[in-house]
Ligand binder design. Structure first.
Ligand code: ZN
Length: 136
């Protein structure tokens, strides 16, 4: 498998509206708008930084994964996403190497990217997302 770069860092927040002030007004990043992925009960907002992005994640429901994360650990970094060349190939290879996968098959995330999560039990406590985008 080939990891191309850190695609983005996912940060769980209670409110994108509240948090974006920090990223926009204090850090001077550009807000690229938000997108709700209903199936994952999440609204995401992207802020490009150089070759990577910051992704803010706000839950759309009290039982969504982001709401549960905040309940347990508070707001903060939730996952790191690596962009890969071929996500199906990467998942197959990781599976063969004994890495536990949350998603055996990629699903469609924000921006139409193909994404899949690896289990933190296999990655020393870090929730790792793989993503493949067509704009490479
Ligand atoms: Zn992500």
């Amino acid at each position: 498998m080939k990891v191309i770069k850190v695609d983005h860092i996912g940060i769980a927040v209670k409110s994108i509206d509240e948090t974006r002030k920090l990223y926009e007004e204090v850090l001077g990043l550009k807000y690229e708008g938000s997108e709700t992925v209903e199936e994952q009960k999440v609204t995401t907002a992207f802020f490009p930084v150089g070759d990577s992005e910051v992704e803010l994640l706000e839950s759309t429901a009290p039982d969504g994964p982001i709401a549960k994360f905040i309940e347990k650990r508070g707001e903060g970094i939730q996952h790191i996403a690596f962009r890969v060349e071929n996500i199906e190939e990467a998942l197959e290879e990781l599976k063969q190497k004994g890495i536990r996968l949350i998603d055996e098959k990629p699903r469609i995330g924000a921006g139409g990217a193909k994404i899949a999560f690896l289990h933190p039990k296999s990655t020393f406590g870090v929730l790792v997302e793989l993503c493949e985008r067509s704009d490479d």
